[in-house]
Design a protein around this ligand. Sequence first.
Ligand code: B12
Ligand code: SF4
Length: 499
Amino acid sequence: MKVLLVHPSCLMYSEIYLRLEPLGLELVAAAAREAGHDVRVMDLQIFKHQDYRRELAEWKPEAVGFSVNYLANVPEVIDLARETRRLLPGCFVFAGGHSASFTAREIIEHAQGAMDCIVRGEGESITPRLLAQAARERNAVGKLPGVVTANGSGPPPEMVQSLDRLQPARRLLRKRRKYFIADLDPCASIEFARGCPWDCSFCSAWTFYGRSYRKVSPEAAVEDLASIREPHAFIVDDVAFIHAEHGLAIAEAVDKRRIRKRYYLETRGDVLLKNKEVFRYWRKLGLEYMFLGLEAIDEEGLKLHRKRVTLSKNFEALEFARSLGIFVAVNIISDPDWDERRFEIIREWALSVPEIVHLTVNTPYPGTETWLTESRKFTTRDYRLFDVQHAVLPTRLPLEKFYGELVKTQQILNRKHLGVAALRDTFLITCKLLAKGQTNFLRMLWKFNSVYNPERQAADHRRAVRYDMRLPETTPGRVVNAASIYVHEVTASSSAARN
Ligand code: B12
Ligand code: SF4
């Protein structure tokens, strides 16, 4: 079968700071190729919708699969599915990924016959079976594990047996030089572990993977890393190096193979403090940037998000990361309930620390606990606004004023790192990148004001909404559907993996 796998367009945040390769789609592509299919990948973060249409017209794929990790992409993917159905009526159209898994049935309904099915959960092992079944008897795909169709759904999705089996089909991605994060330009992505043993209330990593935490073996991890041509790598693990021995074993193997790259990873403050020697070793190997999801700078906020970490531990972690000479980026979740004073406190704090501080907006996502408890308060059901840069819950300040404060804060934080003074400091880096023909980093430095602006954000709320997000079933005061938030079923391991 000729199979086209598609990643939707950039969302607001990734219009500026980063653009990362769609690793999940590359794994699905690798699985489909192994099963003998002719596979192409198109990333609309880089290509345009007209390129997609041209691909349909010229290559005429027999199956198109969309990746829907982000809720804000749902309308775009539904529209693309409908257009695909119109242009290639016989083409088998499907989608998968995080958000698609949590909203499968509603996507099928919105698409009105244009989406043959949604694949819930991990895509590697089911996709070859799905394509085989679609070729044989399309109407029967709804019997497969994790597959949801208009006429019914199969049993729960199955997890892949081993994360070592497949390497992402990276070479299928066109224009790889477009992927970057900060000055790691160009940058590839790599996965060392999957899932998360914590259970933060605003996050769906644990509900998607049924609280499991699985690791790629050090041998397979280093093999994959060695095959990457880019000089930089973004480690996609939700929480990197939870288990010291795993992080050390990969580090030793990387050292032995003399692989030299610069790295970006995400982890938690308590993991960093528990496994200091691992991060020290990775620093030696080229770890340059670390993202720590602080989320709040007060105990109350941490408790609210159920981070299961104390404020003092988080601040100690920042100190330790600084001592290693790692650039740390932290995220703070702003709440629609904030007034000017709360924004002011964050600005003061953010300017007093050397870290790169990002500010997102508290957004209950399907698959999270806050979605079950907060969604009845939503002021909008427009999927496009669920991108952590818009307020979807009632704001204490008038909406325009809230965006004014949010953007003002983001602007100040942006200037702290990417303004003229910072550019002077990064002049050499910029020149080196330009000499190699890499312009992503430089473009990022000047783009802020064209993307972030309070009027644009407020105006986004006035756009016509064609697809309304569905709310969870609730009875007043009591959530009735809590167990259904898991995509993969819970296994015995769960939180024990934290240690
Ligand atoms: C890199 C990344 C990004 C990049 C985007 C990269 C990209 N091009 O996709 C950036 C930084 C832009 C980003 C932003 C955000 N992200 Co993000 N991101 C990730 C991250 C760290 C890695 C993604 C990845 O490559 N994973 C590895 C691959 C192997 O897994 P995968 O993509 O999930 O693919 C598997 C399945 O989902 C499925 N699958 C995927 N696509 C398809 C397609 C088909 C056809 C099929 C059959 C199957 C399938 O099969 C794959 C193999 O098993 C994940 C966390 C994680 N570890 O996954 C979060 C994650 C996906 N992000 C998340 C979120 C919430 C966001 C943000 C909303 C907020 C935030 N945390 O910053 C923003 C959204 C941006 C916006 N403005 O709206 C959530 C998703 C939650 C959800 N939708 O329910 C995750 C899971 C993080 C988390 N812990 O909650 N993100
Ligand atoms: S530790 Fe990170 S990945 Fe894990 S549940 Fe919390 S926010 Fe999600």
